[in-house]
Design a protein around this ligand. Structure first.
Ligand SMILES: Nc1nc2c(ncn2[C@@H]2O[C@H](COP(=O)(O)OP(=O)(O)O)[C@@H](O)[C@H]2O)c(=O)[nH]1
Ligand SMILES: [Mg+2]
Length: 244
């Protein structure tokens, strides 16, 4: 049975949470959301609970005890989505940088059997970025070139975090071996998927900077990515992520 679960990690997204959930559910009756909240001090989870009482059973909430990072939030969300019987599982941010109106465009190549994973890509023809300062643009584009050079991963937007997976992909990848938490997590997931023989397609999207709330990006995450890519190269030679 088809069931599309959109996993949305949150940390202090009170200004975005209601509208992002509504926009996601409005994409079609088969869409559900799973919020993974890290005990946001601003009460994001309380707002989700209110909506769960107002709406039907298409809203799910996973609460963690504290800010444990984006990567582990997604891993927990993927496991829960598999338990809930999802056929397709999405990664999407809460801050509208990823437009929920693109969800069906990400899904469609998978429903057509063209690939197992689709990546909302800023760096493929037709994609782009709105309202980012030049230094973040440079960092992001530079990172994508660096990743391709070191890992040979054939994905133009390797740090992208707007993704749709067939659930079979997330059942096959050894999720307990996924260790990174920031941009490196996004690269690691794509790398592990390719190592297991899955096909990735890039769908052009326009990424917009957040209008409400604050970014949680920090320099530690950049450092993790620089070192992480080298670790991935070594793991690639050892087929570290390959399962039978
Ligand atoms: N659960 C959880 N969510 C997080 C954490 N860090 C960031 N997020 C969420 O991940 C998404 C992307 O984070 P954001 O701060 O917008 O990063 P940026 O887009 O790279 O500036 C947003 O929905 C955040 O609320 C975390 O440690 N735990
Ligand atoms: Mg953001």
């Amino acid at each position: 049975m088809e069931k599309y679960i959109v996993v949305i990690p949150t940390y202090n997204e009170i200004e975005n949470i209601r509208s992002i959930i509504e926009a996601t559910l409005s994409q079609g009756p088969l869409f559900e959301v799973l919020i993974v909240d890290d005990n946001s001090p601003d009460g994001t989870a309380d707002e989700v609970k209110k909506m769960m009482a107002e709406y039907d059973s298409r809203i799910h909430l996973l609460q963690r005890t504290g800010k444990l990072g984006l990567g582990t939030a997604y891993i927990a969300g993927f496991k829960k989505s598999i338990e809930l019987g999802a056929s397709h599982i999405f990664e999407m941010d809460a801050d509208f940088s990823h437009n929920p109106n693109d969800l069906n465009r990400l899904l469609s190549p998978l429903l057509d059997g063209k690939a197992n994973i689709s990546v909302g890509s800023r760096y493929t023809k037709g994609g782009g970025i709105k309202n980012w300062p030049w230094d973040r643009l440079l960092l992001s584009y530079g990172a994508s070139l660096y990743v391709r050079l070191i890992t040979w991963l054939h994905v133009k937007d390797s740090t992208a975090g707007f993704i749709c997976y067939e659930s079979t992909v997330l059942k096959k990848i050894p999720l307990d071996k996924i260790t990174f938490i920031g941009y490196a997590f996004q690269i690691e997931m794509k790398f592990a998927a390719v190592q297991n023989g899955f096909k990735i397609v890039e769908v052009p999207i326009v990424f917009a900077d957040r209008e409400k709330g604050k970014s949680k990006m920090h320099s530690g995450i950049i450092l993790e990515a620089i070192k992480g890519v080298l670790t991935l190269r070594r793991r690639g030679f050892k087929k570290y992520y390959q399962t039978n």
